[in-house]
Structures are given as structure tokens and as C-alpha cells.
Ligand binder design. Structure first.
Ligand code: DC
Length: 221
């Protein structure tokens, strides 16, 4: 049986993974898994319902029971139990909460099958932190996309300002460093390149250049 191809794109916040993954998936006509969105959804639901982040079983049960749909209301959209969550999960607090619930082993375990189910014909681009190391260890092509923390903070700042949202660069830099620290040092599925990942540093590359490099790597298979 021919395996359905998977391209994993892992890396820290602000490395450009989201945009690159979307563009690569479009170019190849593949499905897209935005795994960060799943953690963000749980983080936002936990915040809204006032769930205790120490109650790991409750958090794991909560994420399993949510009815989540991607792309129903256009590209990048996400609904949870019929409610549009597309904008809520993209706020800074959503990323911060995601990083907190993502450090909980029971939550990661509860999300595993949901993530594996995205592997459908003709192929999948999976965006996250542990796509190549844990979720799809036998992926066809593994990319680890990174950039300097200063460049990532600057990109985030420009994105927020362009959306008319106020932002303070030194605050963003500090928050990114905290998030990197938490994501890289947790005991389960820490952020790190798979041994067989291609490392791409996007600090001095445009999105187009990164997309081209990923597509070239994928074309070799
Ligand atoms: O990729 P993102 O910025 O949407 O991810 C938000 C947070 O979710 C990130 O800081 C850590 C967590 N996350 C994770 O633990 N594992 C993943 N595969 C994806 C995201």
C-alpha cells in the first residue's frame, strides 16, 4: 500500500510556519493540519469556562468533546460547537494559553488521534511543534523552520500593527522568549527538530523563498 505523503513543518512561534504551510498545501492540493489551532481552541475554552489548568483529566476530556471544523467559513476559519472561533484563537492570549495546555501530557494524548485523522489523500501538510518528532515520525519530508527571536518579534509586531492592533515590541519579544522557553523545555513533545528534519532559517528569507525551498524538497520524493 502506498502511504499518503505528509510534509511536516515544525518550528517556534513567528517563524512563518502558518503562512508557509498554507501556501505549500495550496500549491500541492494537500490537506492542512494547523495543530496549534487545536491547542489554542482548548486554551480559549479553558479560559472562557474558567477551567482549572491543574485538572488535566478535565482538560483532556474537554478537548475530546469539542466539535471542531476547519475551513467551513473560508480558508483559515475554524468553528467550535457551531461558533466562529477564527479570530478569538489568534489573539496573543490564545497563543499563551495554548502553550500552557500544550505542556500537559494528557491533553497531547487526547489530541493525537484527531491529528492523525488529517492524513487523507492526496496528502497532508502538518504545521506545529511535534509533527515530525511525535505525531508523524515517518513523514515523507520534515522541515524545521526557524528565525531569530528578534526577527520573529518584529514580524509579529508588523502583523498586529497592520491589523490596527496596538503592540509594544519589547513586550512581544519577552513573550516570545517565554513561549520558546516553555515549548522547548516541557517534558512531553518539546519543540526540537526531528533528527531527519531539514532546517530552514527564514531570518533573511522571504515567504516566497521559503515556500520554493519546501516545494523543492518535496519534489525530490
Ligand atoms: O503554532 P501556534 O503559535 O499556533 O501554537 C500555539 C501554541 O500551541 C504553542 O506556543 C505551543 C502549542 N503547540 C503545541 O504544543 N504543539 C503543537 N503541535 C502546536 C502548538
Amino acid at each position: 500500500m502506498v502511504e499518503i505523503p505528509v510534509i511536516t513543518i515544525d518550528g517556534p512561534s513567528g517563524s512563518g510556519k502558518g503562512t508557509v504551510s498554507q501556501r505549500v498545501a495550496e500549491a500541492l492540493g494537500y490537506h492542512l493540519l494547523d495543530s496549534g489551532a487545536l491547542y489554542r481552541i482548548l486554551g480559549c475554552v479553558a479560559l472562557r469556562q474558567g477551567l482549572d489548568l491543574n485538572d488535566h483529566a478535565l482538560l483532556a476530556q474537554t478537548i475530546q468533546q469539542l466539535d471542531i471544523h476547519f475551513g467551513d467559513q473560508g480558508p483559515g476559519s475554524v468553528s467550535v460547537n457551531g461558533e466562529d472561533f477564527s479570530d478569538i484563537i489568534r489573539q496573543e492570549i490564545g497563543g499563551d494559553m495554548a502553550s500552557r495546555v500544550g505542556a500537559i501530557p494528557a491533553v497531547r494524548q487526547a489530541l493525537l488521534n484527531r491529528q492523525l485523522a488529517f492524513r487523507k489523500s492526496p496528502g497532508l501538510v502538518a504545521d506545529g511543534r511535534d509533527m515530525g518528532t511525535v505525531v508523524f515520525p515517518r513523514a515523507t519530508v520534515k522541515i524545521y523552520l526557524t528565525a531569530s527571536v528578534e526577527e520573529r518579534a518584529k514580524r509579529r509586531y508588523n502583523q498586529l500593527i497592520a491589523k490596527g492592533i496596538g503592540a509594544i515590541l519589547p513586550d512581544l519579544l519577552r513573550e516570545l522568549k517565554d513561549r520558546d522557553e516553555r515549548d522547548s523545555n516541557r517534558s512531553v513533545s518539546p519543540l526540537k527538530p526531528a533528527d531527519d528534519a531539514h532546517i530552514l532559517d527564514s531570518t533573511n528569507l522571504s515567504i516566497d523563498e521559503v515556500v520554493t525551498r519546501v516545494l523543492n524538497l518535496a519534489a525530490d520524493f
